[in-house]
Design a binder for this molecule. Structure first.
Ligand code: NAD
Length: 364
């Protein structure tokens, strides 16, 4: 997992909260179970704050706070730009999963979530399993993303992959004048849950595929299944391709890799792809590379979870996810017209929707 380092030593918690503009930050502590958790509620103008709970052995509390503030703000933008009536939230539980995670700790955390009366809805994230969510669900109904067997919306990965595919096609339209991916050379980095579903779409459309994964055997297996060429983890940046699709981890567009990329489009599902948004976003524009904003094109998973909250079907979620194509084109055109970069234009668009809907809600 890649954590953005805080830009400077924070003077106070309130200063950090003010910088990210959060509504509420809840510290949860329980002596008996050893629970230490932080729930970040960034913005609830559009609806309840939804976002997963992550458990991680943070080096210190400042790192945990920074992570929850950053991630919950990201959820606000993702929901807003996708047209969902959801706010942004996230929770982190501090500690070593192997030593600390158990039923009592998770249920205690569930009670803290319940105390927020639905202002925050939790879901699965890094180091949390379906079983863990079942424990949390025993103490609160404010949990989403449960398995279909429990009446939930099930695995979000196919929907995330579909949205990423839509966003990639829109970016291709902008870069090449056509959204067809037939014959396009595409490098997919990471063939896990989402990457594999994405490869299915790309293969169907007749793209020429190159891929890599941290696990060599996973890469070879995917290569033989999708008629792709498997390359080493580092080699993926040097491929002569039309499209680079980061589907593994964040910050892969950075000072070391940007010179090596030969693509005209970047479109993938990984979160926080740009190591430094305000440096690498404009730099990609200067290099003529069309960047499809990550939080916009990977929103399919959230759209799927939202369908569980509002009680619509997976078909409905897929229809909503298809709109990522139009939203991506709008953002790319806007960035061009305003002389900014796509990530900045996407954030701007999300903020405008929140501001506009906030005014709608200003009367009883
Ligand atoms: P995953 O863990 O199933 O797959 C990630 C894959 O990347 C794994 O196969 C892993 O071995 C590989 N990998 C790790 N480091 C690598 C490296 N340095 N080079 C190449 N491969 C590497 O995860 P996922 O659910 O497929 O999600 C992929 C990305 O998309 C993550 O960044 C995740 O946060 C983001 N995302 C996922 C969803 C979703 O619905 N699952 C939704 C939104 C965003």
């Amino acid at each position: 997992m890649v954590l953005d380092a805080p830009t400077q030593a924070p003077a106070s918690i309130f200063e950090q909260v003010a910088e990210f503009q959060h509504e509420q930050v809840v510290y949860c502590h329980d002596h008996e179970t050893g629970l230490k958790a932080i729930i970040g509620i960034h913005n609830t103008v559009l609806g309840p704050a939804l976002g997963g709970t992550r458990m991680w052995h943070y080096a210190n509390e400042a790192e945990a706070l920074h992570d929850v503030l950053r991630l919950s703000r990201g959820m606000t933008y993702k929901a807003a730009i996708s047209g969902l009536n959801l706010g942004g939230g996230k929770a982190v539980i501090i500690g070593d999963v192997k030593k600390l995670k158990n039923e009592a700790l998770l249920r205690k955390f569930g009670r803290f979530v319940n105390n927020l009366n639905g202002k925050y809805i939790t879901a699965e994230d890094v180091n949390m399993t379906t079983k863990d969510m079942e424990y949390i669900r025993m103490e609160t109904k404010h949990v989403a993303g449960l398995p279909e067997s429990m009446g939930g919306s099930g695995d979000p990965s196919p929907v995330t992959a579909y949205g990423t595919y839509m966003g990639m096609k829109a970016a291709a339209k902008k870069a090449f004048g056509s959204d067809s991916l037939a014959g396009k050379r595409i490098a997919v980095q990471g063939v896990g849950h989402v990457g594999t579903y994405l490869l299915e779409h790309l293969q169907k459309e007749g793209a020429s595929l190159i891929l890599t994964d941290y696990y060599e055997e996973r890469a070879y297996e995917a290569a033989s299944r999708f008629g792709a060429v498997a390359v080493g983890m580092e080699e993926i940046y040097d491929q002569d391709v039309d499209i680079y699709s980061p589907c593994a981890l964040g910050a892969t567009i950075n000072h070391d890799t940007i010179d090596r990329l030969k693509c005209r489009v970047i479109a993938g599902c990984a979160n926080n792809q740009l190591a430094k948004e305000n440096e690498h976003g404009p730099e990609l524009v200067r290099r003529g590379i069309v960047y499809a904003p990550d939080f916009l094109i990977n929103a399919g998973g959230l759209i799927n979870v939202y369908s569980e909250v509002v009680g619509t079907s997976r078909q409905g979620a897929l229809a909503q996810t298809e709109k990522i194509y139009d939203y991506t084109l709008q953002v790319l055109n806007r960035a061009e017209q305003e002389g900014s970069h796509p990530q900045a234009a996407a954030i701007q668009q999300a903020q405008e929707r929140i501001a506009a809907v906030g005014k709608v809600k200003s009367t009883y």
